[in-house]
Design a protein around this ligand. Structure first.
Ligand SMILES: [Zn+2]
Ligand SMILES: [Zn+2]
Length: 428
């Protein structure tokens, strides 16, 4: 088996003293801290060329690090070897009778899979195996297997992240000026240079039941499905049912904007072939400027708008236009971001001091959190930058739970910013 030294873990009792040595005396940089809540550990990575040092600080007395320090004092705690296939590595070790702490891999920091080998089998050193889980170009392997949609409460409101499956879009277009060698580490491209994106509408249940965006819907022909690699095997109807809901339960539909991957699910073809609203009881909230743009497309945005997704709503008389930022139901507001389209809006959710935000295409995936990672599709990218910077500063400060509509792996998370380095702590 091939194994590469990934990092060396050091159990720390006195963090300021450790930082005093590694950062101040040695002059090394200390990266953003990462909290592994399940382990009651806070990790501070120190880059030193190839492998890193990891300063481990206990955050609770029952932490394995606290117990280790009680028993042996602070110091070298473990080494971590990176392997390509952690399950194969574990079964190879098991076959040789090596004593393992973890027979099965579990999830560690940054979504990696990890497993520990008992020190008695490794010359007295606790050895951690680690396999990086790269987002697969074949999205089938990253689709959550038959599980309930993520639910979270924000004050008096309940939020349920649902799904309308996956599409594939050109990786270059998704990352604008970011060079491919950088973005393909975050989002591997397939043989047509496309990356996999999820479509995750959000249900908000409060005084009424709302859905924000509705994915692609099911009206597209085979050519379209081939171009965009459409996979709706995990569709909105499936996930609504998993959440115990149906289309009839929806009172309000909010459109962040009218691009086909957000508004396609607003309408459906009935048995007679007629296109009608897909949520039979709902009123549809649309920004008036976005409606104007969608119904008068130009060469630069025409590919993103399909009239069948929204014109039938006007015919059915279910549209509710908004002209400015406003509350749609208690705790839920639409707020214009511009950038992606002139009237693109996000949705902010606030109840009892808790906050969440559905940012749609202002920041479609967690890879779009750094400043320069802005879609080439955006009509006004500098406006996206301004809106994003303002939003992130506030989200970091106020602990806003951020929903990433297109991220294939992470439905929502908290953005952390330590000395300008932003990370996303996924909602677990
Ligand atoms: Zn869009
Ligand atoms: Zn989109």
């Amino acid at each position: 088996m091939k194994a590469v030294l990934d990092h060396i873990g050091i159990a720390v009792r006195d963090l300021p003293a450790a930082i005093g040595f590694y950062r101040d005396a040695l002059g090394l940089e200390i990266e953003a801290q990462e909290e592994v809540e399940s382990q009651h550990v806070r990790a501070h990575f120190v880059p030193v060329g190839g492998p890193k040092l990891e300063l481990l600080e206990a955050t609770a007395p029952e932490s394995a690090i606290a117990r280790y320090i009680d028993k042996r004092g602070p110091g070298l705690h473990h080494i971590t070897l990176r392997v390509d296939d952690i399950r194969a590595a574990l079964s190879q070790l098991k076959a040789r009778g090596v004593r393992l702490v973890d027979e099965e891999p579990r999830s560690g920091a940054e979504g990696a899979l990890v497993a520990f080998i008992h020190p008695s089998a490794a010359a007295g050193v606790l050895v951690e195996l680690k396999q990086l889980v790269v987002q697969q170009a074949d999205h089938k392997s990253v689709r959550p297997a038959q599980r309930e949609p993520p639910r979270v409460t924000v004050g008096d409101l309940e939020l349920i992240s649902v799904s309308d499956g996956f599409i594939r879009l050109d990786g270059g277009s998704m990352f604008g000026i970011v060079p491919k060698p950088l973005w393909e580490k975050k989002a591997p491209a397939d043989d047509r240079n496309r990356i996999t994106l999820a479509m995750r509408p959000l249900i908000v249940r409060g005084t009424r039941t709302m859905i924000i965006d509705a994915g692609l819907g099911g009206k597209d022909d085979a050519k379209f499905q081939d171009i965009y690699g459409v996979d709706r095997s995990w569709s909105l109807d499936d996930t609504l049912a998993e959440a115990g809901l149906s289309r009839e339960d929806i009172d309000i539909v909010v459109a962040t904007h009218l691009h086909f991957d957000h508004a396609g699910g607003f309408t459906m073809r009935d048995a007679s072939g007629r296109i009608r609203p897909a949520f039979p009881r709902a009123q549809y909230v649309v920004r008036r400027g976005e409606w104007e743009d969608a119904t008068h497309p130009h060469a630069r945005n025409r590919g993103s708008y399909i009239a069948d997704n929204y014109v039938p709503l006007a015919d059915a008389g279910v549209l509710l236009f908004v002209d400015e930022d406003q509350t749609i139901m208690p705790g839920v507001r639409v707020q214009r971001t511009g950038g992606h389209t002139m009237h693109h809006q996000m949705v902010t959710i606030e109840s009892n001091g808790k906050r969440a935000a559905f940012v749609a295409d202002m920041m479609p995936t967690t890879a779009h959190v750094p400043d320069a990672w802005i879609m080439g599709y955006d009509l006004y990218p500098v406006d996206t930058l301004t809106a994003k910077q303002r939003f992130i500063a506030e989200a970091v400060e106020r602990g806003t739970l951020v929903f990433f509509e297109h991220d294939p792996n992470i439905a929502a998370g908290y953005i952390r910013d330590v000395n300008g380095k932003r990370t996303v702590q996924p909602l677990s």
